[in-house]
Design a protein around this ligand. Structure first.
Ligand SMILES: NC(=O)c1ccc[n+]([C@@H]2O[C@H](COP(=O)([O-])OP(=O)(O)OC[C@H]3O[C@@H](n4cnc5c(N)ncnc54)[C@H](OP(=O)(O)O)[C@@H]3O)[C@@H](O)[C@H]2O)c1
Length: 343
């Protein structure tokens, strides 16, 4: 293939950003030319060292995105830093103004018109002005509770209702994740932390519901997101993070719904606690025909990295603007050269 490899700048080298880097390094026709992170532990180090490789990659992590973008001449930024549009906004705008297409794992950015319509309009306007595309994706939001059920509906003449349940056995997950879902906490302590905003429920729930509705042309009267419901241990349960005593939380269940005329036409449920025997994703598309699908569990971190990387060639060829997964061509794995769709 004649054209140069796709040049990528990474923003954020946490667990997701590192997986994105590993995924890119395993592909052809693409190279990492810059890496930005504000964590002082990472700044100044070679990316290869951060990724635990036995070789240097010649990419030094910087916290000065402006200086990097001024000189680097990249094609795409992959942003895996923070969840909210407000916190990711500056990084997205910097990349747009430097002429880069953007793929992000920010949950709110997956459908930002729900909670941040003003910032969404600004990002969309700038992206069009600079002729670049901005897309946020991942596993949830980005796939399990929007893209995948939407793909299932392609077989239907009529759709009345969509339900999805994602069950995650959390006892083996990262400690930070177990902490975030209240593992080992008293339910009162968890609720107080939620009220004080010290922990959040699943960020992106509302965005998945809104994205699903928008793709089907459904105008929702309301999106209801219920507060996470603590799941309490009845006996002692050991996890990789802590030992949960009876009366303490194993995690929580959470539900978000899209409502039309008092009916939940979309109902998404997360079952996230230790003690879940087997993880799964389960779908009901009620319509003509009715479709039921059950998948075996996927943990999500690697898959989030994979879908973000698989969307890179799609984003490069997409029309300018702030797009969502419903605006993209059928998402697939990119198995060969990453320049496959780019002519
Ligand atoms: N859509 C999905 O399905 C999905 C799935 C998984 C994760 N996510 C999201 O993807 C993001 C990354 O996940 P993660 O687990 O890797 O997060 P993480 O552990 O918080 O790591 C993020 C990294 O980015 C750095 N960072 C924060 N703000 C930055 C900025 N303005 N510029 C450059 N670097 C910055 C952080 O530094 P400090 O530590 O110093 O702040 C940290 O090193 C999170 O928002 C997560 O919620 C989405």
């Amino acid at each position: 293939m004649a054209m140069d490899p796709i040049r990528v700048v990474l923003f954020g080298l946490g667990p997701i950003g590192q997986r994105i880097a590993h995924t890119i390094l395993g592909k052809r026709g693409i190279e990492i030319v810059g890496a930005v992170d504000i964590d002082p532990e990472k700044v100044g180090r070679d990316l290869g060292e951060i990724l635990g490789l036995d070789r240097r990659l010649g990419v030094t992590v910087t916290d000065d995105a402006d200086a990097l973008l001024d000189k680097i001449g990249a094609d795409v930024a992959v942003i895996a830093t923070t969840s909210y549009v407000r916190t990711v906004y500056d990084q997205v705008v910097k990349c747009i103004e430097a002429g880069l297409d953007v793929v992000s794992t920010s949950e709110e950015l997956a459908y930002p018109w729900v909670d941040e319509p003003q910032l969404a309009a600004e990002i969309d306007g700038l992206a069009r002005q600079y002729g670049v595309t901005v897309l946020a994706t991942g596993i949830n939001p980005g796939y399990f509770m929007d893209t995948f059920p939407l793909i299932l509906t392609a077989l239907c003449r009529e759709v009345k209702r969509i339900e999805a349940v994602r069950a995650i056995p959390t006892g083996q997950r990262r400690s930070s994740f177990q902490r975030k879902i209240g593992t080992g906490m008293k339910p009162e302590e968890f609720k107080a932390k939620l009220e004080r905003g010290e922990i959040t429920g699943h960020v992106g729930f509302r965005q998945s519901v809104a994205l699903t509705a928008a793709a089907l042309g459904w105008t929702l009267d309301e999106i209801k997101e219920y507060p996470p419901e603590p799941v309490i241990a009845e006996r002692e349960v050991k996890t990789t993070y802590t030992t949960v005593k009876p009366g303490q939380m194993l995690g929580y269940n959470a539900v978000a719904e899209g409502i039309i005329d008092g009916e939940a036409v979309i109902r998404y449920k997360l079952v996230m606690h230790a003690g879940v025997e087997e993880g799964y994703e389960e779908y009901l598309i009620e319509g003509t025909p009715t479709i039921k699908v059950r998948m075996s569990e996927m943990l999500g971190d690697w898959e989030t990295a994979h879908i973000a990387v698989n969307m890179i060639p799609r984003v490069i060829t997409a029309q300018p603007g702030l797009l969502t997964m419903k605006d993209m061509p059928l998402p697939t794995a990119v198995l060969g050269d990453m320049r496959i769709f780019i002519t």
